[in-house]
Design a protein around this ligand. Structure first.
Ligand code: ADP
Ligand code: MG
Length: 723
């Protein structure tokens, strides 16, 4: 049997498959939030006073009146049961980037053996999953298994439909029995509260009488790859680690730029439509879809929402993408770098802050130089990104995102802020000490009478910047495609809270000495630019010059997770989180420990896979090919024909080198005596990973030499181009 039978079978299955029929899209008004226990459904089913109380908590952040829980629970249960749900689940977000849920039935057995459905307020408000199997980073000993989930009223409950039935899902926070956060939601809610407090202080200084709660907004663009499941089934690396650990790049990659924004393949569009329909039913506003740069890569972006809801919805979106892909015969890869040699995937986190009374506080308007309030908020972001740049780097640090950041296709690992030419000019004027005006945006004249004239944007886009201002928001482009957006949002909100508090202190001090508000603002902003302007950079972030310049400016360059994560152990970061009330030192330390462990474990799992694939898949194939070559060469020699031996020699040499490196990796993996987690992380990044890369180099070179009909692993060409 030839080695590539499984590949041929996969191709045959894919080309002969019956396409999953596209169901005609339903009406948006009927689909929209059909599976959500939304405000309007609460209004219909709850007594007026109870609805009002709940709405106050949701919209104005007032303390939840727990006494209404019983009545809300019954309404929620009746709605869910009418939809066909028999179970409910507290959904929470442990520190694994995944979503967790524990299902319980509404069933309650009565004394006479009959059953009724029951859902009491106390079960809605609080759950108690056995938390011992979730990462806790030393917060809890294993015998202290108790963990609590608590209802987050501000994120709506919904019914999740899968092939296995329907479940009422209730978004919750997850804490230890001593009240420490063990999840991604708790600090996000705290960071929003801290930012709200500081922003309100500043807005009051601007003389606003009425200031509604300030919240942050997030629109997260999700990039992903689709690979046919028939191929994926024959790639242990894709199945277990989400990326290819071996694979020679195909002759054609993305060099023709012919995939980006190209026509979406029919099969993929049918998949996307089902994803969007499911999102609409869950009240997630899917808005944009297109092909991405690499072959087989796509993007999905929702309309932005309040950060907490957006974060929950982003988790749901990842789940929906994975589930729906399965139904359509795809494996959806959310890994940051599934394929070598072509672009990886990111998750651009668009972030702004605002409220119902003052609107988007990061909207510069037409003449930003005269918009002092905008300049203060934007200046606060600049200060935060400089003062805590290494924190922003740390919150996007994962083993998988390391393949992307700083690899000249995604933003560099140096955090800088791109403002666009108009704002860069204004902040430069501030630094010089006098604001004179805003460069005009100008009108675009295309020179053809029938084409419209349109206003130009105030700044171009800069794809090479990790953190760019894009008109009325910042776009954090360094976030990884498989990551929860919560960590990045927590960092952004928290550093903004810190900067706004600092500014409010400065402004108040000057006002109390009789200074005019405008003059005080100019002084504060000049100080920001003098001390933190170094973070502003409008040039090419990929270039060598920038790396040099950034070093001269004193900006940290933290290329790997092993370099970036220890930032969480620094005193200034501990202080930042402690004084804003977002994370206690214990909570922060536990996060460091968990993320460091995840980094080490991810690399270990991949290294083990590299070893087993090299030994049990690639080595046997190489040996078979060598045996064929040897027989042929010897046989031909017998009849007086001299066949070249170079190929056999090359295959033999590569195979030998690969197996020697496999041995070195096995030895390296056996080391366990590390003085600290930091040292272990450095070892994973600087010793284990290069050995894996070396083995891959030999493996990929063998793929280029060995007869195709013997090669057992689906190739890049097949995985990226056959759909
Ligand atoms: P692009 O790819 O051009 O950056 P997209 O339209 O794909 O833009 O995505 C932009 C994202 O930014 C969307 O999710 C959008 O809703 C979001 N967004 C727009 N305005 C804001 C804002 N003020 N705050 C947060 N997110 C925003
Ligand atoms: Mg974008």
């Amino acid at each position: 049997m030839s080695g590539n039978d499984s590949r041929l079978q996969a191709i045959c299955d894919i080309t002969n498959r019956e396409p999953r029929p596209a169901t005609p899209p339903g009406k948006l008004e009927e689909l929209w939030a059909a599976d959500v226990f939304s405000l309007s459904k609460m209004q219909q089913s709850l007594p007026k006073s109870i609805f009002k109380s709940l709405k106050k908590t949701i919209e104005s952040g007032e303390t939840l009146d727990v006494s209404i829980a019983d009545i809300v629970a019954v309404a929620m249960k009746d709605w869910a049961i009418a939809k066909g749900a028999l179970y409910y689940a507290h959904v929470f977000y442990p520190l694994t980037n995944a979503t967790a849920e524990k299902h319980d039935g509404f069933i309650s057995v009565q004394g006479d053996g009959s059953v009724i459905s029951e859902f009491a307020g106390k079960v809605l408000v609080q759950g108690e999953p056995d938390g011992s199997s979730f990462p806790n980073g030393g917060i809890r000993s294993t015998f202290e298994a108790r963990g609590y989930t608590a209802w987050d009223v501000t994120s709506p409950a919904y019914v999740m439909e899968t092939d296995n039935g329907l479940t009422l899902c209730i978004p919750t926070v997850f804490v230890s029995w001593t009240g420490e956060a063990l999840d991604k939601k708790t600090p996000l809610l705290r960071s929003i509260a801290a930012m709200n407090k500081a922003a309100t202080r500043v807005l009051k200084l601007f003389g606003h009488q009425e200031v509604a709660p300030v919240n942050s907004s997030c629109g997260a663009e999700q990039e992903y790859f689709l690979v046919d499941a028939n191929f994926a089934a024959h790639r242990p690396d894709l199945l277990l680690s989400g990326r290819t650990l071996f694979g020679k790049p195909a002759a054609k990659g993305q060099q023709f730029d012919d995939h980006y924004f190209g026509a979406i393949p029919e099969r993929v569009q049918v998949f996307m439509q089902e994803v969007e329909e499911r999102m609409y039913r869950l009240g997630i506003p899917a808005k944009t879809r297109h092909n991405e740069v690499a072959p087989g890569q796509f993007e999905l972006a929702p309309f932005f929402e309040a950060a907490n809801v957006a974060s929950d919805h982003q988790q749901l979106t990842m789940t929906i993408l994975r589930h729906t892909a399965k139904k359509h015969g795809f494996l959806c890869l959310l890994h940051e770098k599934p394929f070598a040699g072509i672009n990886g995937s990111g998750k651009h986190v668009n972030w702004s802050v605002g409220n119902a009374t003052q609107g988007n506080l990061l909207d510069p308007g037409d003449t930003p130089h005269s918009n002092a309030q905008f300049l203060i908020f934007c200046g606060a972001v600049i200060r935060g990104a400089h003062k805590y740049g290494s924190l922003l780097r740390a919150v996007v640090a994962t083993a998988s995102n390391d393949h992307r950041l700083g690899a000249n296709e995604a933003p560099p690992a140096i955090i800088s802020v791109y403002l666009g030419s108009q704002l860069e000019d204004i902040f430069e004027q501030i630094r010089q000490g006098a604001i004179t005006g805003s460069k005009s945006k100008g009108i675009m004249n295309l020179g053809v009478d029938t084409l419209p004239l349109f206003p130009k944007d105030a700044g171009d886009r800069n794809r090479t910047s990790p953190f760019a201002f894009t008109g009325n928001r910042f776009e954090f482009r360094a976030v990884g495609s498989g990551q929860s957006v919560s960590g990045p949002l927590v960092a952004l909100n928290t550093v903004l809270a810190d900067s706004l508090d600092w500014m409010a202190n400065k402004l108040e001090a000057q006002l109390s000495q009789g200074a005019e508000l405008t003059a005080a603002i100019q002084i504060v902003l000049k100080e920001v630019m003098d001390d933190h302007g170094a973070v502003v950079f409008g040039g090419n972030g990929y270039s060598e010059e920038w790396h040099k310049l950034a070093a001269e400016r004193g900006l940290p360059n933290l290329p790997t997770t092993a370099d970036a994560l220890p930032v969480l152990e620094q005193d200034n970061i501990k202080d930042l989180f402690a004084k804003t009330g977002v994370l206690s030192p214990v909570e922060l330390a536990s996060r460091f420990e968990i993320y460091a462990e995840q980094y080490i474990l991810s690399i270990e799992v991949e290294a083990k896979l590299v070893i087993s694939m090299a030994k049990t898949i690639i080595y046997p194939t190489a040996v078979r090919y060598l045996s064929e070559l040897a027989h042929t060469i010897a046989g031909l020699k017998d009849i007086g024909i001299d066949l070249e031996k170079a190929t056999a020699e090359k295959v033999a040499a590569l195979t030998k080198s690969m197996m020697e490196t496999v041995s070195s990796l096995e030895t390296a993996l056996a080391k366990h005596d590390f003085a600290s987690v930091d040292e272990h992380m450095q070892y994973s990044g600087k010793t284990i990973r290069p050995l894996m890369d070396k083995i891959r180099e030999y493996g990929d070179a063998l793929e280029g030499e060995i007869a195709d009909d013997l090669w057992p692993l689906p190739t890049y060409q097949e995985m990226l181009f056959i759909k």
